[in-house]
Design a binder for this molecule. Structure first.
Ligand code: ADQ
Length: 466
């Protein structure tokens, strides 16, 4: 059987099974690596004054990891620069925040080259290689340059934007051309896949040679939609744990006679927090009789704090949350709690379970796993209501959520009111259909679908090599 090599910017296998702070994605990839006796390769998270290319190989929780340090300029130009100041905002339709700087592009190319040079000696002829996310789009090109002929797949966790958006990127054609060095490219949704196809057909003069096969730049590539899921069974187990139970009790005790509305997001401008707060403010203004019946608890741990746009959004959210509480609080009560802290996964499961309403309203999101976690943690006898942005990839599967345009404070306020008054029968009906999808299309189904599709391919390149 082929070995699997997973490549991602950060490498985070669970130290031991059952660790409650590791995400479902890390768990699923670690499980696949154990099954295929593979290697997880990426950045160590450390910087050194100069790049050494020295590999640190470790065994963590039954998984072999191979990590390499980067130098400080790499971190600035590749990670904070091209990945998080150029591609992230642009791919989330924030052209206003996207920074275009030649040095970022050079740093991005350099780090991908360094990663490829460090990884290449570890690759054996039959290995299959699975590269993750926007940090590493040119990895296959760099590996091919070094003569690697293995099957290489790529999965994009964030949206692929519409044609008119992607063409804002200087040298966009080079980036797309580099994707044709993969054998298989996976997107979260059919919409993202179609946007990519449209670029290839209309901008790159490519053609569709068979369903799912695109040819351009003298090469052929298979593309597909592989919507990522959560480990639903594991999440249900977490929701039934003693810690989750304590969290549910705690939250119920602080919301007696009130309905808990919960939001859990990384503090990121793509998550629509400002718009959510404004929607909630409008709800409070329009419904004086319901004010005392709700508490919005928003959990948002800071992320990417060295990037200016993240400092700005944090300051705006601080001001807005203060304004809402200042305007609507009373001596004995306030409608809004805003917490900048991360919580363990079992605690989050308890929190979701205590909530009557989950608000997941990103402006754009590749998928959004919080929406699925919220569904997985509900009590089947008395489930809460999910309010979900129609611009999250998850909206393609969770059709029974209350779908909203997150930019419309009016729609968000109306959805809150509807969720508050929703009868139990309707809540159960909607939840059942969502739970069925979350359980069936889970993280293992996602991983297996991608790995099988890649393993079944005979790379054009390996065919040449034989
Ligand atoms: P993210 O943008 O990070 O992921 P998301 O899918 O919501 O977004 O995943 C966030 C994860 O972090 C969830 O598992 C959530 O539980 C956890 N988390 C969030 N806030 C937390 C808190 N306060 N404490 C602890 N944990 C917290 C990117 C893409 C998404 C895509 C995923 C996976 O942007 O669209 O769904 O990758 O492909």
């Amino acid at each position: 059987m082929s070995r699997l090599i997973v490549v991602s910017n950060r490498v985070n296998p669970p130290a031991e099974s059952g660790e409650e702070s590791v995400g479902g994605l890390a768990m699923a990839l670690a499980a696949a690596l154990r099954e295929y006796s593979g290697i997880w390769f990426g950045w160590s998270g450390r910087t050194t004054p100069e790049f050494t290319g020295r590999l640190a190989i470790e065994r963590v929780g039954g998984v072999t990891t191979a990590t390499v340090d980067l130098e400080a300029a790499d971190l600035d130009e590749y990670y904070n620069g091209y990945a998080n100041k150029t591609l992230w905002p642009l791919f989330h339709y924030r052209t206003d925040l996207a920074a275009f700087d030649r040095a970022y592009g050079e740093g991005y190319g350099r780090v991908n080259r360094r990663f490829a040079e460090t990884l290449a000696p570890l690759i054996e002829p039959d290995d299959i290689i699975w590269v993750h996310d926007y940090h590493l789009i040119p990895m296959a090109r760099e590996l091919r340059r070094l003569g690697v002929k293995n099957r290489i797949g790529f999965f994009l966790h964030i949206p692929w934007p519409a044609h008119q958006v992607i063409i804002n990127l200087p040298r966009h054609s080079g980036l797309v051309e580099a994707m044709f060095d993969y054998d298989l490219v996976g997107f979260q949704t059919a919409e993202h896949r179609q946007a990519f196809e449209e670029y290839v057909l209309n901008e790159a003069g490519g053609a569709q040679t068979a369903p799912g096969d695109l040819s351009a730049f003298g090469r052929t590539l298979r593309v597909g939609a592989f919507p990522i899921g959560i480990d639903a069974a594991e999440f249900a187990r977490l929701a039934a744990s003693p810690r989750a139970g304590r969290m549910r009790d705690l939250m119920r005790a602080c919301t007696v006679f009130r309905r808990l509305i919960v939001g859990v997001d990384r503090l990121d401008y793509s998550k629509g927090l400002e718009e959510r707060f404004l929607g909630f403010e409008r709800f409070l203004a329009e419904n004086p009789d319901l004010r005392r019946q709700v508490l919005l608890l928003q959990i948002a741990p800071p992320s990417r704090e060295s990037v200016e746009a993240y400092q700005d959004i944090r300051a705006r959210l601080d001001a807005l949350s203060g304004r809402i509480n200042g305007e609507f609080s009373d001596l004995d009560w306030s409608p809004f709690r805003y917490v900048n802290k991360a919580y363990r996964r079992d605690e989050l499961a308890g929190l979701y379970g205590a909530a009557r309403i989950g608000m997941v309203t990103p402006l754009r999101d590749g998928m959004n796993l919080v929406a699925k976690e919220f569904v997985a943690a509900q009590d089947p006898e008395d489930p809460g209501v999910l309010i979900l942005s129609r611009f999250a990839g998850a909206a393609g599967q969770l059709r029974d959520a209350l779908l909203v345009n997150p930019n419309s404070a009016e729609e968000v306020a109306d959805a809150l009111k509807r969720a508050i008054f929703m009868e139990k029968d309707e809540r159960i009906r909607r939840w059942r259909s969502m739970f069925e999808s979350v359980s069936r299309e889970d993280v293992t189904a996602w991983r297996d679908a991608f790995v099988r599709a890649l393993a079944a391919m005979r790379s054009e390149r390996s065919a040449v090599a034989v």
